[in-house]
Ligand binder design. Structure first.
Ligand code: GDP
Ligand code: IMO
Ligand code: MG
Length: 428
């Protein structure tokens, strides 16, 4: 019998709780695959009151006896990868088998430096608010076809040739455009060879690991990083990341054909957050935003930056349903809304005096959008111990149903706390 394949995708602007959803679903999976992004991601998993934050490791890594795959679509900062593995070892944790695609690109020291210099050089209003992890410059090199791939780290001659050609260009950019110091070839070359020595046993044909698992009856989870509205094509460009978090990215980023995907599950917070710059129609700048930030602990898992907070945006949810072909939603952090007297939810936008219910693909249009809200009653009680949908108070059930009715897809999982067990599963 064939294994089941699910993609888990962020619906909003990231940090929806993809890591915790993957951790819950991974119990029934054989393989967990990261297919895009890099160490810009911060995926939090809480097991037995212990907190783990993964940047590059798939969130299934805590399950021994399973496999985790870092696919060709990911950009890898080897220092971060090894730090994460060493961190788990230092905590005495055994981990899943890890397979890294030969074709994954490597974030080189110059990518991180140029990321920060480019961001610093952008004027107010054009800043993106990147994580500074070298993501954009690394993907730019991939598409320019001058990137260093994981396989190059274990081929010293190829690495020498590629790196010497690329570093010449990068040093021109560093010195002539940014007035910064040039980088030393030998230092980077030696560092990259050392990365290769440690990474060699992990390198493999990642697509085969996935293919064989599915054929052998094991379920596979594709773990998206970032989210729909940060997608390079479908997000709020240019305030986006440089990869394809949307469902299609799971196929290109892993070498797994679309006809073999069974379900796409979108992860949405019960409200909404964004870190970094760019339009955010339901953003609450005052007390409500502050209350959501404090109650939700909305500070970045990667950079520690305070996240911008606001009400749930059903126009954006509808967009994510369509762009990804979502089969269901995982609604996280419902418990964060426990104390509110009433809860607003955006059902449409007003743009230039006209009401529209669909998300504009023009970022300039979106920047003008004013939210049109429905107001629902709060439930004003602690829901963190609820484990079934029926145990939730009526107002909380009504809020979930309101989202389902508008999104036209079922809410298949609800988060009522950060822990693995703080989960209501409804058919997933
Ligand atoms: P990701 O990047 O999508 O994996 O999300 P992050 O880990 O960056 O941010 C989600 C945060 O919310 C983390 O601190 C999680 O521990 C926490 N979290 C996830 N689900 C829930 C939930 O249902 N309730 C509460 N209170 N916290 C949650
Ligand atoms: P996870 O997987 C939230 C945002 C940055 C910035 C923009 C571009 O934890 O949900 P980049 O460094 O990628 O070039 O930055 O994207 N961003 C994220 N925001 N969660 C993330 O990942 C993010 N990864 C990138 O803040 O606005
Ligand atoms: Mg995160």
């Amino acid at each position: 019998m064939k294994g089941r394949t699910d993609i888990v995708i962020g619906v909003q602007w990231g940090d929806e709780g993809k890591g915790r959803v993957v951790d819950v679903l991974a119990a029934d999976a054989g393989v967990v695959v990261r297919y895009q992004g890099g160490a810009n991601a911060g995926h939090t998993v809480v097991v037995d009151n212990e907190k783990y934050v993964f940047h590059l490791l798939p969130s299934g890594i805590l399950y021994t006896g399973k496999s985790c795959v870092i696919g060709n679509g990911v950009v890898i900062d080897p220092d971060t990868l090894f730090e994460e593995l060493d961190g788990l070892a230092a905590r005495g944790k055994k981990t899943a088998k890890l397979v890294v695609s030969h074709a994954a690109h490597i974030v080189m020291p110059y990518h991180k430096i140029i990321d920060k210099l480019a961001e610093g050089a952008r004027s107010e209003g054009t800043k993106i608010g990147t994580t500074g992890r070298g993501i954009g410059p690394c993907y730019a090199d991939k598409y320019e076809r001058i990137g260093i791939r994981a396989e190059d780290l274990v081929n010293p001659d190829v690495l020498r040739d590629k790196l010497s050609r690329t570093l010449k260009i990068k040093n021109d950019i560093l010195t002539k455009i940014y007035g910064a110091d040039p980088l030393d070839f030998d230092e980077i070359y030696e560092k990259a060879l050392a990365w290769g020595r440690r990474m060699e046993p992990m390198l493999g044909d990642a697509f085969l690991e996935i293919d064989e698992a599915v054929r052998g009856g094991r379920n596979v989870l594709f773990e998206g990083a970032q989210a729909t509205l940060l997608d390079i094509d479908h997000g709020t460009y240019p305030f986006v990341t440089s990869s394809s978090p949307c469902a299609g990215g799971a196929c290109t980023g892993s070498g797994f054909g679309p006809s073999r995907i069974d379900r796409s599950i979108g992860v949405a917070k019960a409200y909404c957050t964004r870190v970094g710059e760019g339009p955010f129609p339901t953003e609450e700048m005052g007390e409500v935003g502050e209350e959501l930030r404090q109650k939700g602990g909305e500070f970045g898992a990667t950079t520690g930056r305070p996240r911008r907070c606001g009400w749930c945006d059903l126009v954006a949810v509808d967009y994510a349903v369509k762009v990804n072909g979502l089969d269901g939603l995982a609604l996280t952090k419902l418990d964060v809304l426990d104390g509110f007297d009433e809860i607003k939810i955006c059902t449409a936008y007003e743009i230039d005096g006209k009401i529209r219910k669909t998300f504009p693909s023009s970022c300039a249009e979106l920047a003008k959008a004013k939210p049109v809200y429905a107001t629902l009653p709060g439930w004003k009680c602690d829901i963190s111990k609820c484990r079934t949908f029926d145990e939730l108070p009526q107002a909380a059930r009504d809020y979930v149903k309101y989202i389902e009715d508008n999104a036209e897809v079922p809410v298949v999982l609800i988060g009522v706390g950060a822990g693995r067990e703080d989960t209501i599963r409804r058919g997933l």
